[in-house]
Design a protein around this ligand. Structure first.
Ligand SMILES: [Zn+2]
Ligand SMILES: [Zn+2]
Length: 154
């Protein structure tokens, strides 16, 4: 792979995060990272792959998976805890809550802080130290709740 030219593909922020994550800066990674950083709908790896593939014809899905995994391990993006089959990723690291629809798999941001309660901190102290709390509401969105009234899921 050719080294990336930051000016032509996705900005210096993506390049900096690529470097900080210990990844070699390539055009593919810079485009993938640029795309996840501006994503506001918590994409999974396959969704992100389909978005950037037209710009990167040689890209493999595996590269997207590995890049996202490294970024979340290094704390630059967050892998969401959801009951959905695929891993979903969020570039917004500010404490906020999610709503997941188990029928259409869409994920919404809820502007509610997720500070751990004193009870939680005390209980967790017996085990270790909590770095981050994720709160995910799981249910049916309005569209899907409405749909299932008319034609219930089998
Ligand atoms: Zn839904
Ligand atoms: Zn979010």
């Amino acid at each position: 792979m050719k080294p990336a030219n930051p000016k032509s593909c996705g900005g210096s922020n993506a390049v900096a995060i690529c470097r900080k994550s210990g990844l070699k800066v390539t055009r593919q990674r810079v485009v993938i990272i640029g795309e996840i950083l501006k994503s506001r709908n918590h994409p999974d790896a396959e969704t992100l792959y389909r978005r950037v593939k037209p710009r990167l014809p040689d890209l493999s899905l595996d590269t997207v998976y590995r890049t996202l995994r490294t970024l979340s391990q290094k704390g630059h993006i967050m892998r969401l805890s959801t009951p959905l089959d695929r891993g979903h990723f969020d570039p917004d690291l500010r404490p906020h809550t999610h709503f997941v629809c188990r029928r259409c798999s869409r994920i919404w941001d809820l502007p509610v802080e997720t500070a751990p309660s004193r009870d939680l901190m005390e209980a967790a102290a017996l085990v270790g130290q909590i770095e981050r709390v994720q709160i995910t509401g799981v249910g049916y969105c309005r569209d899907c709740a409405h749909d299932s009234e008319r034609k219930p899921t089998p």
